[in-house]
Design a protein around this ligand. Sequence first.
Ligand code: 5GP
Ligand code: ZN
Length: 114
Amino acid sequence: MENCLFCKIASGEIQSKKEFESENILVFHDITPQAPFHVLIIPKVHISSMNQIGDLDPKILTEIFQTIPKIAEQNGISEKGYRLVNNCGSFGGQTVNHIHFHLLGGRHLKWPPG
Ligand code: 5GP
Ligand code: ZN
């Protein structure tokens, strides 16, 4: 997908601080962290939002969700806990139209969100 920021990060055209990479997914640090630990998990293939999740290969979907607890464990946030967030569309607060999951941890997060 042309002119998609996260496609460019996935391809390496735009640099990011990578936490984990495989053939199909990338985990990288958010440029504006909202918690002591804040990474974004994306499929490398372009999927616009949660509304199009049905277009994602179920194997990649499984890889995304199975990678999350591993990343949490490796970064010492499993025991105290963390938050997984997907913002979908303008009301959901989505600003980059390539599906991504925020993994936030390292502090006591408030609820409800604003
Ligand atoms: P959204 O608001 O769409 O749920 O999340 C987009 C996230 O991407 C934001 O948390 C924002 O800080 C992050 N972001 C925006 N541009 C860049 C960038 O160029 N590099 C990285 N690593 N993160 C970015
Ligand atoms: Zn994209």
